[in-house]
Design a protein around this ligand. Structure first.
Ligand SMILES: [Zn+2]
Ligand SMILES: [Zn+2]
Length: 396
């Protein structure tokens, strides 16, 4: 135990440079697939510390590989690098210099944590095997993880297990939280276009009204959640946008509905998508309108595998003590594209507390809020977690 606490202490002593680096990345946020400056910075540091660096996977993705000994085990650690289209309101000295762009999800912190670990591991950690550090672009809705995989991530850099972490406002700083099994929801974006026949509002009988059809569809969709999905399974169908028409006395010829669909189970997800297709098709036909349903894809359910989650939990407990490690009871209805990687390779995704009310400050503010800021005190804790996890997983 004491040795492990020392590890956090050692990394805390080295963390000044990485706090500065995190704030530098924070000051220069870049949207998904445009992380040019950030990926340059990541690649340059990794090369400096002796990693073999590969760029271009998923556009701006970076992989740093370090091999030692003859060990056959291969470990992957992943951080995300992208920012959000939010106008920062923290007023901090390191606030974004780009109007309308902000690191409001802490990916600047995740990148700095993995870099701090990268240097410590390269300089001070003995291991036997292959370490792959994966810096991915475009986690925020654009599926950068999937793009890296389509560019051959796991064929070129095979991994026996992969791990990732995300900060979590509302939990005390430095606490670690994880959960086995489904942990974050699958999501799907769907656009439904209904085509009728436009006409005079006073003569509906010679028009085909897509607003009436669309209204019936909005109500019908909720019966999928209440009547088709088992009551104990989580599912959400939100119609976040319903656009049609401009004037009181005009029946529009078209209506467009935009949906967000969530679930925590692959089969439930398939059921939701299938029933949405069927219900829209049949409802539309019953009103005489034509419907197209465009499934735009989303993220799969994030499932933490048992053995890797047990392993990660043990690392966490040994590092910070059992009191600071919590087992997450409920899954989250948010989504995360690390789920694509976990669909192919076993592994586990963990949360690190970014601060609560007692801590105060910007760290307790929820992510995707213009007042949010990553808590730099987490850099040594996160980096120590990656270092110990690497040392254990790739023990000779
Ligand atoms: Zn986010
Ligand atoms: Zn995030």
């Amino acid at each position: 135990m004491s040795d492990m606490s020392d590890l956090v202490g050692v990394l805390r002593e080295q963390s000044g440079e990485f706090v500065a680096l995190r704030r530098d990345i924070h000051r220069h946020p870049e949207l998904g697939f445009q992380e040019f400056r950030t990926s340059d910075l990541v690649a340059q540091r990794l090369e400096e510390w002796g990693y073999e660096v590969t760029r271009g996977l998923g556009g701006t993705g970076v992989v740093g590989q370090l091999r030692r000994g003859n060990g056959q085990r291969r470990l992957g650690l992943r951080a995300d690098m992208d920012a959000l289209p939010i106008h920062e309101a923290t007023g901090l000295p390191h606030a974004s210099v780009h109007a309308g762009l902000m690191h409001a999800c802490g990916h600047d912190g995740h990148t700095a944590i993995l870099l701090a670990a990268a240097r410590h591991i390269a300089q001070s950690v003995d291991f036997d095997g292959t370490l792959n550090l994966i810096f991915q672009p475009a986690e925020e809705g654009l599926g950068g993880a999937k793009k890296m995989m389509q560019d051959g991530l796991f064929e070129r850099f095979p991994c026996d297990a992969i791990f990732a972490m995300h900060n979590m406002p509302g939990f005390p700083r430095g606490t670690l939280q994880l959960r086995e099994g489904p942990t974050m929801a699958a999501s799907e974006n769907i656009t439904i276009t209904l085509r009728g026949v436009g006409g005079h509002g006073a003569m509906p009988h010679v028009a085909v009204d897509p607003v009436v059809a669309g209204s019936a569809i909005v109500m019908g969709l909720q019966t999928i959640v209440s009547r088709n999905v088992a009551p104990l399974q989580m599912s959400v169908i939100t119609v976040g946008s319903f656009q049609a028409g401009m004037a009181n006395n005009v029946i529009p010829h078209e209506a467009v509905l935009k949906l967000s669909v969530r679930s925590l189970d692959r089969e439930v997800h398939q059921l939701l998508l299938r029933r949405i297709g069927e219900l829209v098709d049949l409802q539309a036909r019953s009103y005489g309108v034509e419907a197209t349903v465009d499934f735009q894809g989303g993220y799969p359910v994030l499932v933490n595998t048992r053995a890797e989650t047990d392993f990660a939990r043990q690392v966490a407990v040994d590092l910070v003590g059992a009191d600071l490690v919590t087992l997450q009871t409920d899954p989250l209805t948010g989504s995360e594209d690390f789920a694509f990687m976990l669909d192919e390779v076993p592994g586990s995704y963990l949360f690190i507390g970014n601060g609560d009310k007692a801590t105060g400050g910007h760290g307790a503010c929820m992510v995707h809020n213009p007042h949010y800021d990553f808590d730099d005190a987490n850099i040594p804790v996160g980096a120590a977690y990656w270092s110990l996890l690497t040392q254990r997983y790739l023990a000779g």
